[in-house]
Design a binder for this molecule. Sequence first.
Ligand SMILES: [Zn+2]
Length: 289
Amino acid sequence: MALPNWRFVSRTRPPEDERGPAFWFIFQGDKLLVRPAGEAAEVPQVTHPSQIGIVPIRQSYLGYLEDGRSPQIDCYGAEVAAGASVPEGMVADGLRQLYPIIGEQMFGLAGRAVQVVAWDRTHQYCGQCGTPAEDMPGERAKRCPACGLVSYPRLSPAIIIAVVRHTDDGRRLLMARNHRFPPGRFSVIAGYVEPGETLEECAEREVGEEVGIRIKNPRYFGSQPWPFPNSLMVGFTAEYDGGEIRLEESEIAEAGWFAADALPGLPPKMSIARRLIDWFAAGDPVERI
Ligand SMILES: [Zn+2]
């Protein structure tokens, strides 16, 4: 079900009044329960999962969808036990597999839900003294009643960067193939931000470490939550500043400079990696970076 003009409003406290059926993003491990419907799949919209025979072991209110006219639609994340049977007519599947069939909007909400549910599961006890933690009212946070330690959902920022080089033969994009990628697939360089590092420093370090290239003029491109398991991808473009390709062989299998009309196998459309590559393929970087 696509709700194109609806926006999501994040909240932690559920409404006191009954507002009709809500979207329930119910996970078994990291798999989302959906109801296949032809080529698509639907996230259940019910007042409570018990209506479809599901008994959550924990649940979190996420917020609501609104379009300014219709009644708001609440959204919940929930978890069922690993051994619980999936109700008739439903399937449990990974978010990557579900992306093309549940659509961008539901994928975004499911990505939120899976991270909140996982954080709730893994922060039931204080990480410092082991006392059962309590939800903090009005915040997505838990507080230890014994020692006061507060914990928030973990986010792991990572940079992802399109490095463009101008050669006598035209523009080229720096792409690499990680050992973990399927055969033939390349992508732009990415890596996690270290404590104490700026995003720009991270971009310079990652490109230097992974392929031995120096960059200049890093510019912000856009960002994307990436719930596998809790990244926030921060996209940059940059220009080549020097160096020859030298692989960090423990991580990178191949790397090279690719022309827009001769790109290798690409990451799926859902990713900011693909948006960066499409940006390179579509535009004139001399004008645009
Ligand atoms: Zn504590």
